[in-house]
Design a protein around this ligand. Sequence first.
Ligand code: NAP
Length: 265
Amino acid sequence: MTTQERSSTTSVMQRLRLDGKVAVVTGSSRGIGAAIALGFAEAGATVVVNGRSDASANAGAEAIRATGGAAFPIAADVTKSAEVERLLNEATGRFGRVDIMVNNAGISEFYKRAEAITEDDWDSVMSGNLKPVFLGCSAAGRRMKEQGGGIILNVTSIGGLTALPRLLAYCTAKAGIVQITRVLAVEWAQHGIRVNAIAPGWVETDMARGLLEHPVYGAQLMQRTPMNRAARPEEIAGAAVYLASAAASFVTGHILAIDGGWTAG
Ligand SMILES: NC(=O)c1ccc[n+]([C@@H]2O[C@H](COP(=O)([O-])OP(=O)(O)OC[C@H]3O[C@@H](n4cnc5c(N)ncnc54)[C@H](OP(=O)(O)O)[C@@H]3O)[C@@H](O)[C@H]2O)c1
């Protein structure tokens, strides 16, 4: 817990605000990351918007600025440690510190029977989903330790908590994110760094659209979801704001499922 979180005597609604905070959200050019970045900006934070290209990062930042929020684009491929270091260095150089790091960027997997998954498939899914969370936590954690605290939020999936057939590598990567979150929460609590994760169910984004719109599989997934629908990206943002805020000052090592009841069933 940071000194600021511990000493706060303000109201809950005030503690939910992120005024003056600097947040980096990986993979925020679109989808869930974009919704989280917008939510942070609405709560008063300055947000670094990230995607792999200048064009996508710029477009994401511009969309937030159009609403009156403070957003700054930095393109970086977060599967590479040098790029993650550059992302954090540029953010820190420009804004002085990074208070909140959201490791959201990820890629989907082709649906395959487990026995058909190749070594290349496996490496690609691990590199695209698990490695960026390790790199992002490591780079942000080192800086947060020096500055006396910070908040890390990782985006995993119901696939990290329950079995999704034909998504073996994806589920394994997302389960790895759950464990990164727990281990770092315990290891870094003494440094004032809170580490939590969000585990979305099915969300209407580019990543899931093909599956959700499939006449058979899409219908099966909605039938299996107690609320019988997918989430809109903005339905993930509220939990991210909460976990990143002083309202969650005693919450660490927690995995919050936002899944329309999927993991309850
Ligand atoms: N949609 C779902 O149903 C669902 C459910 C559970 C969990 N999730 C997880 O939520 C996260 C976001 O998913 P989404 O549905 O919003 O995906 P999406 O719509 O495909 O968006 C992915 C975002 O990540 C960025 N990105 C991908 N690889 C990157 C890299 N190497 N470096 C930097 N940015 C990268 C993309 O940016 P550019 O393309 O601009 O580079 C884009 O902004 C992922 O970790 C995903 O696994 C999604």
